[in-house]
Design a protein around this ligand. Structure first.
Ligand code: ADP
Ligand code: MG
Length: 636
């Protein structure tokens, strides 16, 4: 039970009725002069964790926060409640700055917000030396860690500043920190035995979805479909480059002339940016297309969808950006659209690390690149694994995995055990798949003797890459080199991750802290490789069957020419059946089913509803509505 005093203060000072999870513990720890590390999702109410104890205990509290606009908001909100707050940053006029400094020197009691750049200005130094803060607050504390996703060099010196201030009790707050980043925060800020408060990363009202595409065009179609489907709410579409923002904004505006489509990126002038942000905030159904420059400090509760049109660099960024959806607790959808081109863009960013931030130590640059690559791998893993996405996110952030029921992520919706929907068709592992899987396992076994290596290198071996690295390690001499050269590299990476997720292989990190996980076969993997054990059922569908089928069930379109004469015949029968259905339901034919889907069906010639349901383009609804009719058409 919260102590009545604290709740009373909470009501009096902030007009808030009760604490949210974790807040009270943070407040009490500070009042007991303990250091605190507070990890809570965005919007959870981190500010209150330090504002309340700061005001209760009185004296000076220094708050370091990286974003000027956020600081200004907070200071304004405090002042609106008649609470003492000061701000020092470069946007203030000289006279206002002098007034702030005078107030501080005269023993100001309250919250003093300071931008990190300021900490290192000689004048600030002199000022700080004369101050005796009772509390130091480091907001967005992941910025201290080069392992975080938003490292800021100024932040890395806060530890020294803290010592210069005689190490006052300190609270570090962040929304996204993996266990290693957390450890780094504690280390860098030299927190002593901090109370660590981590509240859940689980966001049950968010429905996480991932889709991968080989053609940009199919991606655009999917995007348009999602935006169209959500007429009643506002949404954010994130792109990885400014150019993507502009192209997409133009094409969406053309496709949806009645919808308010707003572009936002750091290359626009501040005036336009503010105007665009304002109109987004005020509209109930606008769609903003933006780079990751958009969203920091934006607290719009009714965002109904966040689409990532390109894959971001890390799961931290993804979670933070996607997490802007559904702040009101109502259902919202977060979709990650993913193609190999995006990976190229991210790889380009990684290769450029060091160049832009003036880093010159080659070993350090190599380390940063390596780390960025691992982060990207983790995100790719998230997109390709068939496990509950909420569970994956909780695991990644080191959260205790809670009992997840009624999850609406795409993977759970496919999983008959978790979904309330009727059981998905049960599939078996085909002979073709069994063979490929055993050969993949053999590839891992062979490469272990030369390495071992991680997922990236192994996927290159399976793809038959002729890279320098592969040749140097003589990996191209493995008999199964190029085994999967017909497959897209994203499919190969996905397949490797699925071997891991079904326990046939595992990732180990021989160097501990270096985080360079390599793949090993497990006992179960060896048994399957040798044919002593069956391939786990969880791997069914890993490789859509042999030959042309493989192509048929990807999103690369089949043309008339791809169809065999028999398939062509089936296609004509299917089209006739579709015409019939369209007439019956008074719907345009393409609404019933696209030609591309009919071609896939014709090519694959599914024998029953189960097989038909596996084909791309046939959702559960279409299967139920038209499945029988289509099968009949092919039998007749
Ligand atoms: P964070 O920094 O964790 O992203 P903020 O501190 O900006 O979140 O708080 C987000 C919103 O939640 C603010 O509008 C704040 O007033 C509100 N809030 C914080 N704590 C509570 C609470 N216990 N009850 C209701 N609203 C709260
Ligand atoms: Mg905050």
């Amino acid at each position: 039970m919260p102590s009545p005093d604290l709740v009373q203060q909470l009501q009096q000072l902030f007009g808030i009725e009760s604490f949210r999870p974790g807040q009270q513990q943070a407040v009490e720890s500070i009042l007991n002069s303990k250091d605190v590390l507070c990890v809570m999702p965005t919007g959870a109410g981190k500010s209150l964790c330090y504002q309340l104890p700061a005001l209760i205990q009185g004296g000076l509290t220094i708050v370091v926060s990286p974003l000027i606009s956020l600081m200004e908001d907070q200071v304004q909100q405090l002042r609106d409640r008649n609470l003492p707050a000061l701000l020092l940053n470069s946007s203030l006029e000289a006279r206002a700055q002098r007034e702030v400094i005078t107030a501080l020197k005269n023993g100001f009691s309250g919250l003093f917000y300071l931008s990190p750049e300021r900490l290192f200005m000689p004048t600030t130094h002199a000022l700080l030396n004369s101050l005796k803060p009772k509390l130091l607050v480091v907001d967005e504390a992941h910025c201290v860690s080069i392992w975080g996703h938003d490292f800021r060099p100024e932040y890395s010196r806060i530890g020294q500043v803290r010592q210069a201030l005689a190490s006052p009790p300190t609270i570090a707050l962040t929304a996204t920190a993996t266990p290693e980043v957390r450890a780094d925060i504690v280390h860098q800020l030299r927190l002593s035995d901090p109370a660590t408060i981590i509240t859940g990363f689980d966001r049950p009202n968010l429905s996480y979805q991932c889709r991968s595409f080989s053609r940009p065009q199919s991606k655009d179609e999917e995007l348009l479909r999602i935006v169209r489907a959500s007429t009643s709410g506002s949404g954010v579409i994130y792109c990885s480059t400014r150019k993507n923002v502009e192209t997409l904004a133009a094409s969406l505006s053309a496709a949806l002339p009645k919808r308010s489509i707003i572009a936002y990126h750091a290359g626009m002038n501040a005036l336009t940016r503010n105007k665009n942000q304002e109109s987004f905030m005020q509209s109930a159904s606008a769609v903003v297309i933006a780079t990751n420059a958009f969203g920091m400090g934006i607290n719009k509760p009714d965002i109904r969808f966040v689409i990532h049109n390109n894959i971001p660099g890390t799961l931290e960024s993804y979670y933070q950006e996607a997490g802007r959806a559904g702040r009101d607790g109502l259902p919202a959808v977060c979709t990650l659209l993913f193609s190999e081109d995006d990976l190229k863009t991210q790889s380009f960013f990684i290769r450029n690390i060091g160049g832009q931030n003036g880093e010159s130590d080659p070993a350090h640059i190599a380390q940063l690149r390596d780390r960025a690559q691992k982060k990207l791998d983790s995100l790719v893993r998230y997109t390709v694994l068939l496990q509950c996405r909420r569970k994956q996110i909780q695991e990644y952030f080191g959260d205790n995995v809670t009992n997840i029921s009624d999850c609406t992520c795409d993977n759970c919706q496919r999983d008959p055990l978790k979904s309330r929907k009727p059981a998905a068709p049960k599939v078996a592992v085909s002979e073709h798949e069994t063979l490929l899987i055993r050969k993949m396992l053999a590839t891992i076994a062979r490469s272990e003797r030369k390495g071992p290596f991680g997922v990236t290198v192994l996927s290159e071996v399976l793809a038959g890459s002729k890279s320098e690295n592969i040749r140097r390690s003589e990996l191209d001499t493995i008999p199964t080199f190029g085994l999967l050269n017909d497959y897209r590299s994203i499919q190969i990476v996905a397949a490797l991750h699925r071997l891991i997720s079904t326990g046939l292989a595992e990732r180990r990190d021989p160097n501990g802290v270096k985080f360079r996980p390599v793949i090993h076969l497990t006992g179960a993997g060896i048994a399957v490789m040798k044919g002593l054990e069956q391939v786990p059922l969880g791997l069914a569908g890993l490789f859509p069957h042999a030959g042309s089928t493989k192509k048929a069930n990807t999103d690369s379109p089949l043309t008339e020419f791809d169809l065999s004469p028999e398939a062509k015949l089936r296609f004509d029968q299917l089209r006739a059946a579709r015409t019939e259905l369209a007439r019956e339901k008074s719907l345009p034919a393409f609404v019933i089913m696209h030609d591309s889907t009919l071609r896939r069906i014709a090519q694959l010639a599914p024998a029953d509803l189960i097989a038909l349901g596996q084909i791309k383009g046939i959702g559960e609804k279409k299967l139920k509505l038209y499945g029988e009719a289509l099968l009949r058409a092919m039998r007749d």
